[in-house]
Write a protein that binds this ligand. Structure first.
Ligand SMILES: Cc1ncc(COP(=O)(O)O)c(C=O)c1O
Length: 397
């Protein structure tokens, strides 16, 4: 019998649909997948070259468990340059992906029974990590009308004597919402008033559009700097999802506790990937790479939003960041496709698969009215996939 702790972890709905789509593809059926959670670009050559060099010079042994000093220095320089935040290398923990950074941060902050406030829709991993730390997730439902962002009033209302921290994810997966500086400052005031910690997941920082600016809540006040864990990584910004390098900057006691934990659970993240990440964070070529990726995503984003808005009954708020569109398709619930009733986001997605298009049910992210479509696939595939989605919707009776 498995432990209660692991037994309560929910299997991922995202993976279920992706697995079905993969199986269909393997059977020779054409499926356009809108499930992608990673940029569809190759890791740039200059980063690959650094990794090859790491192997050639024998940089293939253990590093410091919390990350190699050169990478921590590069991370500090990044925080100063991009976010205006001053950190010392001892404030940094480098982990095997931002997901791992988040887990360590949550474990370092949350005691059993502590409440963690999570604006919903949310990235589906957060509640599982909170639950693994024996914390309790308190969801705050955010609506299209507020751009799927939690207001200061909503935040304050959700606080109880058990609240320990709040998770902010901007730019957001799945909604693409980007909080403004003002919005974050008003959330910061509430956090300070109640003495809370903030875990700020900024992994999509570099992917913002339409003049939108990324702002880190850690910059909002001295209190925030001392109570925020800023999580980031190289996965999305440099198309390095497989390299597994994430990092956070945090108050020193949290970094220390999380580093001790990591020293026993996984030790250092891959030395070769760390070496390559120094190159990613410091090379002058990175700016060009990011800006060209951002431009491509922006074109696809506009195309997708324009297309979806022209389908009667589909409602979507314009995403300002990341690479997802979160579209409300609840107007079609209650209709049938070839006799099968579409009653929620999961059945909507299951029936859509029969038309050769894979979307992720919003239920996975806490909003059953919606589906998530990733534009981390080619424009040609986006167009074909949206045509299929449109004709599927037309056939709903
Ligand atoms: C919001 C968010 N945070 C963190 C991650 C994890 O990033 P990493 O691949 O570095 O673990 C993801 C990946 O999909 C994400 O969407």
């Amino acid at each position: 019998m498995v432990s209660e702790r692991t037994g309560k972890i929910k299997p991922s709905l995202t993976l279920e649909i992706t697995a079905k789509a993969k199986k269909m593809k393997a059977e020779g059926i054409s499926v356009i997948g809108f499930g992608a959670g990673e940029p569809d670009f190759n890791t740039p050559d200059y980063i690959n070259a650094a990794a090859k060099k790491a192997i050639d010079i024998g940089f293939t042994k253990y590093t410091a468990a919390s990350g190699m000093p050169e990478l921590k220095k590069a991370v500090c320089a990044k925080f100063l340059k991009d976010n205006g935040l001053t950190y010392q290398p001892d404030d940094i923990l480098v982990s095997s992906g931002a997901k791992s950074s988040l887990y360590h941060a949550i474990c370092a902050i949350v005691n059993p029974g502590d409440e963690v406030i999570l604006p919903s829709p949310y990235w589906l991993t957060y509640p599982e990590l909170i639950s693994l730390a024996d914390g309790i997730t308190v969801y705050v439902k955010c609506e299209k009308e507020t751009g799927y962002k939690m207001t200061a009033e909503q935040f304050e209302k959700a606080i109880t004597p058990k609240t320990k921290c709040v998770i902010i994810n901007s730019p957001n997966n799945p909604t693409g919402a980007v909080y403004t500086e003002e919005e974050l400052k008003s959330l910061a005031k509430v956090a300070e008033k109640y003495g809370l910690y903030v875990i700020s997941d900024e992994i999509y920082e570099k992917l913002v559009y339409g003049g939108e600016k990324h702002y880190s809540i850690a910059l909002a006040s001295d209190y925030m700097k001392e109570h925020t864990v800023v999580v980031n990584g190289v996965s999305k910004s440099y198309s390095m999802t497989g390299w597994r390098i994430g990092y956070f900057a945090a108050p020193r006691d949290i970094t220390k506790a999380a580093s001790s934990m990591q020293s026993h659970t996984s030790s250092n993240p891959c030395s070769i990937s760390q070496y390559a990440s120094v190159e990613a964070l410091t090379s002058p070529e990175s700016e060009k790479f990011i800006s060209s990726m951002q431009k491509t995503f922006d074109e696809r984003r506009k195309f997708m939003v324009d297309f979806l808005k022209r389908i009667d009954g589909v409602v979507c708020a314009e995403p300002k960041g990341a690479f997802y569109v979160f579209a409300d398709v609840s107007a079609f619930y209650g209709k049938s496709f070839n006799g099968a009733v579409v009653s929620d986001s999961l059945s909507f997605a299951e029936q859509a698969l029969k038309k050769g298009v894979a979307v992720v049910p919003g239920a996975a992210f806490g909003d059953d009215r919606c589906i998530r479509l990733s534009y981390a696939i080619s424009l040609a595939d986006i167009e074909e996939g949206l045509e299929r989605l449109k004709s599927y919707i037309k056939e709903l009776r």
